[in-house]
Design a protein around this ligand. Structure first.
Ligand code: SF4
Length: 82
């Protein structure tokens, strides 16, 4: 069982399935965190993710800003950032 302190740094990957056009760039950049679902759109692989350069890169390279990374605890956007 996880504690509140243990969850403090956890991230949540979100995909806007309306915006996603299925380029697959995110899944190629961060295969541990994102996969392409049967309908050709990106899907978060896990409910929670760890911060990594790959995950940040995946969010930053999405051409439609469909993939976003948030602090799980607060929902604050952490990638992509301007
Ligand atoms: S990079 Fe963006 S548009 Fe391409 S599959 Fe991932 S979420 Fe969808």
């Amino acid at each position: 069982m996880s504690t509140a302190a243990g969850d403090a740094g956890a991230l949540e990957v979100r995909v806007d399935r309306i915006r996603c056009v299925g380029t697959g760039l995110c899944a190629a950049a961060a295969p541990a965190d994102v996969l392409i679902g049967p309908d050709g759109r990106a899907v978060p692989r896990h409910a929670r993710a760890e911060a990594s350069d790959r995950l940040t890169e995946a969010a930053e390279m999405c051409p439609t800003e469909a993939l976003t990374v948030h602090l799980a605890a607060t929902g604050e956007l952490v990638a992509p950032l301007d």
